[in-house]
Write a protein that binds this ligand. Structure first.
Ligand SMILES: Nc1ncnc2c1ncn2[C@@H]1O[C@H](COP(=O)(O)OP(=O)(O)OP(=O)(O)O)[C@@H](O)[C@H]1O
Ligand SMILES: [Mg+2]
Length: 267
């Protein structure tokens, strides 16, 4: 049994809260005393920007110390971990060049498992309790690489009229990923960006409640301007404004994630 648990935050629907949830759960796990590695799997580099200032993200993206460079060379990711300001919370930053990964991976041997091979060393070393990966809003060969390398999938869904559109495609993609990686399981769906003044939340919860065998996290993440301010300051919201509503919500979500990943609770 692997000590290091790998969790991927994915949804083909753009803007559903993948990067925000991934960054804040990672910081929550750090607060729980876990060693965490973040893998920014999206060329938009939002996960990198959540922890590092823009100039540093741009410099890393232009250099050799990023996920694109590692995957292209099929290198061990252990050599690509960049420390953040939080001890025990490291990051492998993204690069805009990752936009070409789809076709660059194409001729490679077992192309769905390139990232898995890059992660094998880090996993074997067991230095990290958790590896959290952020996926792009797309379901292609690269997203498949992220899922074949993961133990768990978390799907953030936005409580909005179009938030559930395309979720069936995400499920189909997950099932295909399970055929390639039988260890993968859907940890659950987390409802994000809830505006309590609107009805979409109730509708979203009703629709999700009809899904069979899919866990929906008890914690929902409400809209909170502190989230955007924290991102503007390259900090997780729990570090930026600990007293904020969203800081408490992300911590509660982290506890749910940790209970499942550590086997304390069945999902
Ligand atoms: N709880 C929240 N309160 C307020 N704004 C939020 C909250 N969660 C996310 N946002 C905002 O919503 C937008 C989309 O969030 P995010 O980037 O995390 O989604 P995403 O799924 O990663 O997007 P993409 O598909 O582009 O990668 C961002 O501008 C983010 O600041
Ligand atoms: Mg994102």
């Amino acid at each position: 049994m692997n000590k290091t648990k790998i969790i991927c935050f994915a949804n083909n629907k753009g803007g559903s809260g993948k990067s925000t949830t991934c960054s804040n759960v990672a910081y929550g796990l750090h607060l729980l005393g876990k060693k965490v590695l973040l893998v920014d799997g999206d060329m938009q580099a939002n996960l990198s920007l959540a922890f590092l200032p823009e100039e540093r993200v741009l410099a890393l993206a232009e250099g050799e110390n990023n996920l694109y460079a590692a995957v292209q060379k099929e290198a061990d990711l252990a050599g690509y971990c960049v420390p953040t300001e939080y001890e025990g919370l490291d990051l492998i930053p993204a690069s805009p060049l990752m936009s070409s990964l789809e076709y660059e991976l194409y001729p490679k041997r077992d192309r769905e498992f390139v990232l898995s091979r890059c992660l094998a060393g880090v996993r074997r070393e067991g230095d990290y309790d958790y590896i959290l990966m952020d996926a792009p809003p797309a379901l292609g060969g690269w997203a498949m690489n992220l899922l074949t390398a993961s133990d768990y999938l978390v799907i953030p869904v936005e409580a909005s009229p179009w938030g559930l559109f395309g979720l069936a495609n995400m499920f189909d993609f997950y099932r295909k990923a399970c055929e390639k990686n039988p260890l993968l399981s859907l940890m659950g769906i987390v409802v994000t960006k809830v505006d309590v003044r609107k009805n979409y939340y109730r509708q979203t919860m009703e629709t999700l409640g009809e899904l069979r065998d899919v866990h929906v996290f008890q914690t929902c993440i409400r809209m909170d301007s502190s989230v955007e301010w924290s991102q503007d300051n390259s900090k997780p919201v729990m570090a930026y404004k600990k007293s904020s509503r969203s800081a408490k919500e992300y911590m509660s979500l982290t506890e749910e994630v940790e209970e499942i990943a550590s086997g304390k609770k069945q999902h």
